[in-house]
Design a protein around this ligand. Structure first.
Ligand code: 0X9
Ligand code: CA
Ligand code: ZN
Length: 481
């Protein structure tokens, strides 16, 4: 993964006198890697030990596919790692073409700067005061506001019958389109809130919380200085900058050095301790305060994937078949819109991670949580992070139905209303159970035993109401049955 120190050094080195370059090089103790290149490492296939090895080193893995891993790293490191293991293919020697960007250019484009985003979120809340409210959910390390937009009817009330769904964008600074997709979903819900369709039902029946930019410091840095910046802007004190927010969550944090790195210069540096970063604490605190959430989507780019936990282990979660079904369904819905193929499944589709948002959310709350890697596809090179503005609208359009559907799953929740097998959580097993009892018909012993929740001897609408109530209170988490 790319370090700020090295990238800055090469950029300034090109622009300024060699003497300054030398001083900077001396000030930064990490390995000299001004010779960073873009390369394909064919042996680094998904799930391979070579890929894990690369991820643990000072290598920026930008995409992984059946062709291998596209990485940014110094030639010397690649030589050292690649020796005897299939080597690497040089894709691009001068990657400075990706390093230019400016606030003015972004303002003039369809992408939002942090300030433009704040203004737009405030505008939305002002334009729809009865169904949208703005919440200051925290501050970044450098003191920037992090806002959430809550979208629901009776927005000033907490309505326990309405499941909460959280949409997050921009854990990673350079993934600009991951800001735009949740923001446009929010706008769609508001604009269509009286149109009589799915958006209106979602506004009436759920609370959708949207945090489009979790990493404002990194985003601003990506806009103003280094387009391909990934992490936040923590000064690590050894000449390197940034913690990977998607390795800093407090579930199985630092489980191994492959799914995250202890090296502050690494692009996947997990930070000094779990939740050491104010940005990850925003999500922790939002989700731990008050009523629990029922589902989460964290948007990233790129690779066209819908991923579910675990990231820290190849072992499936207890809910893997259910999550596979949800992820595959969403991927199919996304694909159906414009024919751009997304794939759903576990982390084996990409690479292992520890300390990411999905593992903490599922590990803590036992609810469905997905990382959606937006377009472009997995075979794109380093510029896969540089989404053209013309991608914003179609990427939003293709992702809208899946987001609506997940909200609807949380709302209707029929298969999810009760922990029928008393496993302590509501999952796909209960779904099967529930349909079987339903098939057996109301009045049957099976049905009564399992679905007569209020114990009055008949299965009726009241039982559904009981289920809905607990579902609303507890989401897909543990239920008191
Ligand atoms: O590495 C990440 O944090 C995500 N990919 S990205 O290129 N956007 O940085 C993927 C996280 C996927 N999570 C799991 N594999 N559990
Ligand atoms: Ca409401
Ligand atoms: Zn990302």
């Amino acid at each position: 993964m790319k370090s700020y120190a090295s990238a800055t050094r090469s950029r300034i080195g090109r622009a300024l006198v060699p003497a300054l370059c030398l001083i900077l090089a001396m000030a930064a103790p990490s390995a000299a890697d001004a010779d960073e290149v873009l390369a394909l490492v064919p042996g680094a296939l998904p799930g391979s030990s070579l890929l894990r090895h690369l991820a643990a080193r000072q290598v920026d893995v930008v995409s992984v596919s059946v062709e291998g891993a596209v990485v940014v790293a110094s030639r010397s490191l690649l030589d050292a790692i690649g020796a005897g293991r299939g080597g690497y293919v040089l894709l691009m020697e001068d990657i400075s073409v990706f390093q230019t960007s400016s606030t003015e250019a972004v303002e003039a484009s369809a992408f939002h700067t942090w300030e433009e985003l704040n203004a737009e979120m405030a505008d939305l809340a002002e334009a729809w005061p009865s169904i949208a409210s703005l919440h200051l959910v925290g501050q970044s390390l450098e003191g920037r506001a992090i806002w959430a937009l809550k979208i629901s009817d009776n927005v000033d009330l907490d309505e326990p019958g309405e499941p909460r769904v959280l949409l997050i964008g921009c854990h990673h600074a350079r993934e600009w389109i991951s800001v735009e997709v949740p923001l446009l979903i929010a706008r769609h819900l508001l604009e269509q809130s009286a149109a009589g369709g799915r958006a209106e039902a979602a506004v009436d029946g759920a609370e959708t919380w949207v945090v489009p930019m979790l990493n404002p410091d990194g985003h601003v840095f990506s806009v103003e200085h280094e387009r391909l910046w990934r992490k936040n802007r923590r000064n690590n004190g050894n000449g390197t900058w940034g913690v990977d927010l998607n390795r800093n969550y407090g579930y199985m944090w630092g489980h191994d050095d492959e799914g995250s790195s202890p090296n502050p210069g690494s692009g996947t540096y997990r930070g000094p301790s779990p939740f050491s970063e104010p940005e990850t604490r925003v999500i922790r605190d939002l989700m731990s305060t008050g009523r629990h959430f029922s589902a989460v989507i964290s948007y990233h780019n790129f690779s066209q994937l819908v991923l579910h936990p675990w990231g820290y282990t190849a072992e499936p979660t207890a809910d893997a078949s259910y999550f596979d079904w949800l992820a595959a369904s969403m991927a199919a819905m996304i694909t159906a819109v414009h024919g751009v193929p997304y794939q759903g499944g576990g982390s084996d589709l990409l690479y292992g991670t520890n300390g990411d948002s999905d593992d903490w959310v599922y590990g803590t709350f036992r609810i469905p949580t997905f990382t959606i890697e937006l377009r472009p596809g997995p075979n794109n090179g380093y510029d896969g992070f540089i989404s053209p503005p013309s991608d914003i609208q179609p990427t939003f359009e293709e992702n809208l139905p899946a987001a609506l559907w997940l909200i609807e799953q949380a709302m209707a929740g029929l298969p999810l209303q009760g922990d029928l097998n008393t496993s302590g959580r509501v999952d796909g097993i209960d779904l099967g159970h529930f349909s079987r009892t339903f098939g057996a018909g109301a009045g049957s012993e099976l049905w009564l035993a399992e679905a007569d929740f209020d114990g009055n001897g008949v299965v009726d609408g009241d039982d559904l109401a009981v289920l809905s109530f607990f579902f609303g209170v507890y989401g897909w988490g543990a239920l008191p049955f």
